[in-house]
Design a protein around this ligand. Sequence first.
Ligand SMILES: C[S@+](CC[C@H](N)C(=O)[O-])C[C@H]1O[C@@H](n2cnc3c(N)ncnc32)[C@H](O)[C@@H]1O
Length: 436
Amino acid sequence: MTSLMVKQALIVPNTLCQPIRKILEDSKLTDISCNLKDFGVGKIAIPLGNGTSDKVDSLLVKSNMICNCNTDSINFVTLKTLPMSGYQIAQVMFKAKRPKPKTPYEELVLSLTDLAHKYDICMTEELQRDIPHHWEKHGDLVLLPPNCFCNDTWKKAGEELWSVVCKCLHCSRVARKDVISADGFRTPQVRLLYGDTGWVEHKDNRIRYTYNITKCMFSAGNVTEKLRIAKFDCSNETVVDLYAGIGYFTLPYLVHAKARHLHACEWNPDAVEALKKNLHLNGVEDRCTVHHGDNRKICPKNVADRVNLGLIPSSEDGWPVACAALKTTGGILHVHYNIESKIKQTEVSDTNNSFEGRGSGCENEIIRTNDSVSKHIDRMKVWTEWAEKTCETLHKLMCIAHSDRKWTISVLHIEHVKSYAPHVDHVVVDFKCCPI
Ligand SMILES: C[S@+](CC[C@H](N)C(=O)[O-])C[C@H]1O[C@@H](n2cnc3c(N)ncnc32)[C@H](O)[C@@H]1O
């Protein structure tokens, strides 16, 4: 809301306004909370600080700014004429300057307060709480958190609400998040509030990803794992991605790790649509076969040197499928899992949490290679125990899937991706499956 206030002002001809204002401002004699007022007849009012008129008078004389203008035709209350310089001091109604917002949130609050004023909406505390403090930017689309702009009062402003939001947040589309649904597709439940399409594009480590934000999720938290994959050399390998989604891991395997061929399994039709677009956008579709359906039914067998199982909280349903997908010469399984540890997460940091392991059969010895790991030993012990136990399970599954051979399963590496929740870590364990 713009407030009005009555102030003492110096009346000057507009040809001299800028030099006089500069002289007064340099000596801190103006009131900077108000804008200048233009009377539209060649005269401008410069707001003055309280009790400054004597200083203004002597400063103007010192600066050779003597008045020779006439202000008779202007309708304001003249208080006095300055005795030495001859300028008039008058009482003028000024618009207070809008405070300069320091953050995008402040900008949003100020602009919405103006909007509320325009539509006769009372900006109550409740309404202020409905304004989001944070949001995600996806190109020209802003994704708001849940529970904002839910108050029906905003409806009075109609579509103008969203144009104000777009102007403040420098975007042209607005969507709002809800919780990720527990359905197998991990549907994000995002609602488009303003704009005509939910398709967005991300660039990540020189890979382009496009997807419909209202239908698929983008796992920004998996970035460490995507970077790790990008460093693999898979140029002589066939890879299976059991939970391909829009291609979070499929694309780094193809673009950076240069997989010779990749089989991507995905059952969500919206994710498959985005995956196909992404393969095309990155020019790798000729090295990828997309298998649309439940991986337990459609995943090819006996083809892979490496299988990626990127599903959390657990990819356990896919372990028998992954074992069957490996060639009879064996290979590597990258198993994602949310491991719960009973120790307090606040006592540990999340950096450099990867370490190498070695094992034979199901008796694995884990060797720590990173000094910082010693600080996190309790949590890592839990991950190691889980990995060792899983070796036994995978051993059984490999013996079922490839019954003509005997197998050893060992832990090659444990990678901490992120803390998922208090006491829960998303880790990736690399298991090597070798025929004896
Ligand atoms: C890629 S997202 C997970 C990405 C990331 N690892 C995360 O957890 O945030 C998992 C994908 O697997 C798909 N999916 C889950 N179970 C599946 C199954 N049995 N067969 C095929 N796709 C499946 C989901 O539709 C989803 O797109």
